[in-house]
Design a protein around this ligand. Structure first.
Ligand code: GTP
Ligand code: MG
Length: 369
């Protein structure tokens, strides 16, 4: 057998939370995938205090395979911070990061390493690159949310699957951990954006988790949104807030339409449905701005701030409609190009809404009431 070449050695870092059912199969498949390559490897599991018997399973496996587990005992679990911990503790500089649930095929690691050897900083396992596939078991909801997150990350990177959690890299090419501020699940995105890494994508077949339950929940989705917002501000500075404000407004429009149609479906006439659907949509926007867009601004009493935001939204709506009526009523050019008038109204109304929000509703000083 070929003797292991130390420079090709590899640490496989895997964040885990309640993955006892998947760990043995993961270690075995890694052993099969890497065993014949001559690559010296270790599997380092970074566990968020799962308390599900994982530690005992790893101890038993460690008698035959190069597997170890480090346990974080932080008050709040966090996938990205677990991965960073693993990167710090790994025995080798060459790293692969992947999930424990066998969604990421260990057999593709060799291809990721080949791409890394070709000279990129990070080789990314991609579901959406040509040749990549998704599990058919994905629900429509999961597919749509995944695609939405991917689209929102597009201005930050040029790859087709920036939300992927399967990648190979070299620790020496990564930015210093002190420059990183990840939150939640998207550690590859954090490394690529803040480290300005050269990325090469490798298509993979992504399967649904082999066993155990998903750890993705509403809090994690909010964390993903907060993370994206942080990266936007890092990349685009102050403009990112206005951009983000617009994106939240667009999502509010969807809520508006959903309520408008839902209420009519429940038997309410269209004018009343139109008048009612404004409130949940504006409340949705208010909540997202409070939790994400203006998160660092001082917290003020909810009801008062909510009422102020609704007033600001109504003012924005007034400017929006007023602009449309004025332009189409008074200027013949706009009467011939009404969509342009509509766009001007939306832009002006949005600007009014943004400015009143930034300067008043979510103001910096909590004492200027
Ligand atoms: N250390 C740590 N690992 C986590 C945490 N949340 C998830 N993980 C692990 O991160 C990987 C990805 O989590 P998943 O639950 O598979 O997330 P997902 O792939 O988006 O969703 P499903 O595949 O549908 O379950 C798995 O190995 C999890 O065990 C966490 O808070 N801390
Ligand atoms: Mg998974």
């Amino acid at each position: 057998m070929e003797t292991p070449k130390p420079h090709r050695a590899l640490s496989v870092v895997v964040p885990t939370f309640r993955e006892a059912a998947n760990i043995p199969a993961l270690a075995e498949r890694l052993n099969e995938a890497l065993g014949e390559s001559g690559i010296e490897w270790e599997l380092l599991l970074v566990d968020d205090d799962s308390n599900d018997g994982s530690e005992a399973i790893v101890q038993a496996l460690a008698e035959r395979l190069p597997v170890r587990m480090t346990v974080r005992r932080e008050s709040r679990r966090d996938l990205s911070l677990s991965v960073l911990e693993g990167i710090r503790l790994a025995r080798f500089d060459r790293l692969v990061v992947m999930d424990a649930d066998l969604s990421h095929p260990p057999e593709r690691i060799i291809d990721l390493l080949r791409a890394l050897d070709d000279g990129c900083d990070l080789a990314l396992g991609s579901r959406y690159a040509a040749g990549g596939t998704l599990d058919r078991a994905w629900s429509l909801w999961r597919f749509l949310t995944s695609r939405l997150a991917t689209v929102l990350a597009q201005p930050l990177t040029h790859c087709s699957d920036p939300m992927s959690g399967f990648f190979a890299t070299d620790r020496r090419r990564l930015p210093d951990a002190r420059q990183l501020r990840p939150i939640g699940y998207k550690i590859a995105l954090e490394l690529m954006v803040r480290g300005r890494l050269r990325v090469q994508e490798v298509p993979i077949g992504f399967s649904d988790r082999a066993a155990g339950a998903s750890k993705m929940n509403t809090r994690q989705w909010i964390n993903t949104a907060r993370h994206l917002h942080r990266l936007y501000r890092h990349r685009f500075g102050g403009w990112a807030r206005a951009l983000w404000f617009g994106a939240v407004g667009a999502s509010g429009f969807l809520v508006d339409v959903a309520f408008y149609l839902g209420l009519q479906w429940a038997g309410i006439n269209h004018q009343l449905a139109r008048a009612l659907s404004f409130w949940p949509a504006a409340s949705w926007n208010w909540a997202l701005h409070r939790r994400i867009t203006f998160r660092e601004r001082p917290r003020r009493p909810r009801t008062q701030q909510w009422a102020e935001f609704l007033a600001a939204s109504l003012a924005g709506l007034g400017v929006n409609l007023g602009t449309y009526f004025a332009l189409t009523g008074w200027i013949e050019f706009f009467d011939r190009h009404r969509l342009l008038a509509l766009t001007c109204g939306v832009a002006l109304g949005g600007a009014v809404n943004f400015l009143t929000s930034a300067l008043y509703v979510y103001r910096r000083s909590a004492t200027s009431n």
